[in-house]
Design a protein around this ligand. Structure first.
Ligand code: DON
Length: 319
């Protein structure tokens, strides 16, 4: 494949080549019927399993898309990556490193055992324990103020004002016993900065922010572009925050499948249970994908396949 040489040059292929390859990726995997739509949050179970969108935002601001790239869905765990980037700037990387940690647990995203086995350490910001602790440390005197900062920060990453999906928020808030338990467990170890219920509410709201595949691509491209949103031109986070976030995503972004993902696809990425994935090629851009059916670890089946393909043919992979 002639275009894969670009892995070594650090440049994307021409925009015409990118267009053809994004369309090809969509065609190749649209018919795939594996995977199951998440139903542990009742509102998520209503998602149409046939939806499939692929969006690439280049670090120079060029966008190439295929399929359902304007369909809104809740960002879910993908929020964890961007809230972590905001926290690195709010608190400083050393304090974040000490408070949260950066090692993969090897366990499911909502594991309580992982916290217990590590003396109350939240472990890393991409599992629920670490993400709840991260949201708790974001600037703001209470949950409402932290939520405001999170919403404004993620909106700056997307380059537009993101809205809460109220139905998903209510549905998750009414089924949130496990996250509340994780927050109280962290508080029992003195590892949560504030009231557990208040912080879980901010975390649940951040997961319920409504985005599209296009938004994910632009948010990811901001991390690829050293913290500057390539569409709005706004600096959203520092270059240090981007570098730290990409390092954490490489080791922890795809849950207990993170090692396999890095081995097969070679890019930092983050998935969410609503079916989104953002994959970031530093300096080049990012791919946002949306397709609700998930594998057993909670990662979108079509999104993973399409990203594996694009990583190869566009030369996005770091390794
Ligand atoms: O904490 C939860 O259960 C969800 N709001 C977020 C989970 C998520 O996306 C993890 N996923 N793959």
């Amino acid at each position: 494949h002639g275009v894969a040489q670009h892995a070594a040059t650090g440049a994307l292929p021409t925009v015409d080549q990118v267009r053809a390859l994004i369309a090809a990726a969509h065609d190749r995997y649209a018919g795939l019927s594996e995977g199951v739509v998440a139903d542990y949050i009742p509102a998520l179970a209503q998602a149409d399993p046939d939806l499939f969108g692929l969006s690439l935002a280049a670090a120079n601001g060029q966008m190439v898309t295929a399929g359902d790239v304007d369909v809104a869905f809740s960002i879910q765990s993908i929020s964890k990556a961007f809230v972590f980037a905001l926290l690195v700037d709010d608190l400083g990387r050393d304090a974040v490193f000490d408070a949260i940690g950066v090692n993969n647990t090897g366990m499911p995203f909502n594991s309580v055992v992982a916290v217990e086995m590590n003396n109350g350490a939240p472990m890393n910001p991409m599992v629920n324990a670490g993400a709840i602790a991260t949201s708790g440390l974001i600037s703001g005197i209470d949950g409402a103020a932290k939520w405001q900062r999170i919403r404004d920060g993620l909106s700056a990453f997307a380059g537009r004002a993101l809205e809460l999906d109220d139905e998903v928020y209510r549905s998750e808030a009414a089924n949130n016993q496990r996250n509340a338990a994780i927050a109280h467990l962290l508080a029992s170890y003195g590892r949560l900065a504030g009231d557990p219920e208040d912080i879980v509410d901010a975390y649940t709201r951040q997961c319920s922010l409504s985005v599209t595949a296009n938004d994910l691509a632009i948010m990811g491209a901001t991390l690829a572009d050293d913290g500057i949103n390539p569409i709005s031109g706004e600096r959203v986070v520092s270059g240090q925050a981007c570098r730290d976030t990409l390092a954490v995503l490489a080791s922890c972004g795809m849950y207990e499948r993170s090692g396999e993902w890095l081995f097969e696809i070679g890019l930092p990425a983050k998935s969410g249970v609503s079916g989104g994935i953002v994959s970031i090629a530093p300096g080049k851009g990012a791919v946002g994908s949306y397709s609700p059916p998930l594998d057993p670890a909670g990662n979108s089946v079509r999104g993973q396949r399409a990203c594996a393909y694009l990583s190869r043919v566009l030369g996005l992979n770091l390794f």
